[in-house]
Design a protein around this ligand. Structure first.
Ligand SMILES: Cc1cc2nc3c(=O)[nH]c(=O)nc-3n(C[C@H](O)[C@H](O)[C@H](O)COP(=O)(O)OP(=O)(O)OC[C@H]3O[C@@H](n4cnc5c(N)ncnc54)[C@H](O)[C@@H]3O)c2cc1C
Length: 430
């Protein structure tokens, strides 16, 4: 099925599911108490879109082939914030107008559900400021999701005013089954699938200070095919039933038997990478991502821009191009701090002999300034002086720290590159 068709089906289904309870309610409302009806409409819509948030984070392959993951997480963040706002408006509207609705114990479940929503928003927005580790936050996020669903739905069904309608009951039962199914997929079915496909560490290679490449071999099965530029969520240890898996770009060729991830130390999980030993068990949830070298827009050539560890997906792309005898021109612009942090220097040299590759390395703070050809940052002038005249026909891919990506986007816009010719891989989606 074409990607566009899948996207249309997804959007149509999403809208149908989120709007059905609201539409049924609006059709049935007698508007005798308009404030109450408006308030309930806000809560119904807020709850349906909150519940549907299981979808963008589920990483269902069908969906992740269509929408880029960082866009999916962005949608999740924005829509969740709207859901919190809508549900919070529900009691606020009632409180401002009449307190009669706030009598009785039924209200407690409503407040608990709302507290769950507000807490999920606070802990998500201020996670770093509150110094909550990513894994702890995921655990909190899961628990609060349960609180919201249990108490929110309890409140709605206990109130039993609009819910008495058969169509309304059916609509909510369908939604609850879908949400429950997605939660089961995320927390049970997906790990069960992974449990049957374990990987073993073949080797760990130190690429530079604090950055290691991990080579993994499928243990007793044919490994999943992936496309250069895709990512996977990986975990280590005997079981795939873990709270958190971490995302990494494939950095090796699609043609190699082993898969490779190149990982920079950044915290709890990545700090343990150097301790991995051959034979250690790992689980790989992937591939995900929409980058595809067969994309017609990419056929005239590629410009790959990597900053720091953002060079990892670039390595997968160039290795795959070399291994498949692909002759299209490829220009790599690689920015890093200094000679000590530079990655894959030898690999690039070897690749140049097998493909049509130009590599421009730019060092922010070179240790040996005289030997360094390009100092500072990747600039628009450097891009223009390196790229051929038909640079607008080339396809651009960038991955690196956000300030670098913003600067590159600015250069490309100034150079008149069509945004449809640009792909970005953000390492900050959580
Ligand atoms: C799509 C994508 C691809 C990536 N590819 C690479 C790569 O090829 N090489 C590389 O070195 N790094 C890559 N990263 C970054 C890498 O995922 C984080 O550095 C790593 O997960 C940090 O985990 P930690 O436990 O060591 O550090 P922590 O201190 O626990 O986390 C540091 C930060 O990393 C982010 N993070 C942690 N866990 C997750 C998670 N499960 N999901 C999303 N974000 C998380 C959070 O923002 C967190 O604040 C990628 C990130 C994304 C989103």
């Amino acid at each position: 099925m074409a990607k566009k068709t899948k996207l249309i089906i997804f959007v149509a289904l999403f809208l149908a599911l989120t709007l059905t309870p609201l539409v049924i309610m609006l059709v049935n409302a007698n508007w005798a108490l308009p404030i109450r009806d408006i308030s309930v409409a806000l809560a119904f819509f807020g709850m349906t879109i909150a519940g549907m948030q299981f979808l963008p984070i589920s990483r269902i392959p069908w969906l992740s082939e269509v929408v880029e993951l960082d866009k999916m997480y962005k949608i999740h963040h924005v829509v969740s914030a709207i859901a919190v706002l809508l549900v919070a408006l529900h009691p606020i509207v009632l409180l401002l107008t009449d307190t009669v609705y706030f009598k009785g114990s039924l209200i407690i479940s409503g407040w608990l559900g709302l507290a769950g929503l507000v807490l999920i928003a606070i802990t998500s927005i201020f996670r770093k400021k509150l110094k909550i580790s990513y894994t702890t936050w995921l655990l909190i996020h899961d628990l609060l999701t349960l609180v919201i669903m249990v108490f929110g739905l309890m409140h709605m069904f206990q109130r039993n005013y609009y819910m008495r309608d058969t169509a309304m009951t059916i609509a909510w039962v369908i939604l609850i089954v879908i949400w429950g199914g997605l939660a089961l997929y995320i927390r049970l079915i997906r790990p069960l699938i992974l449990a049957r496909h374990p990987y073993a560490v073949s080797k760990v290679v130190e690429e530079a200070k604090d950055t290691y490449s991990v080579y993994l071999k499928a243990d007793g099965f044919k490994r999943a095919a992936f496309k250069a530029g895709q990512v996977a969520w990986i975990s280590k240890g005997p079981s795939p039933f873990v709270i958190s898996r971490n995302p990494f770009s494939y950095s090796g060729s699609t043609e190699w038997e082993d898969i490779r991830f190149s990982i920079k130390k950044a915290g709890d999980f990545t700090n343990t990478i150097p301790d991995l030993k051959p034979g250690d068990r790992m689980f790989v949830d992937g591939p995900y991502g929409t980058f595809d070298l067969k994309n017609p827009r990419m056929q005239k050539g590629l410009v790959l821009m990597g900053g720091g560890i953002g060079i990892a997906p670039v390595m997968s792309i160039v290795n795959t191009i070399a291994d498949t005898g692909d002759k299209r021109p490829v220009y790599v612009f690689y920015g890093d701090l200094c000679e000590d942090t530079v990655l894959f220097a030898n690999e690039f040299e070897e690749l140049k002999s097998r493909m049509n590759l130009t590599v421009v390395q730019v060092l922010e703070r070179p240790l040996d300034a005289e030997k360094c050809k390009y100092k500072g940052y990747i600039t628009k002038d450097l891009l223009l002086s390196t790229l051929p005249e038909n640079y607008k026909d080339l396809y651009y891919f960038m991955c690196g720290p956000m300030p670098m990506m913003n600067a590159m986007n600015k250069h490309l816009t100034a150079m008149g590159v069509d945004p449809a010719q640009i792909a970005t891989e953000k390492y900050e989606m959580a």
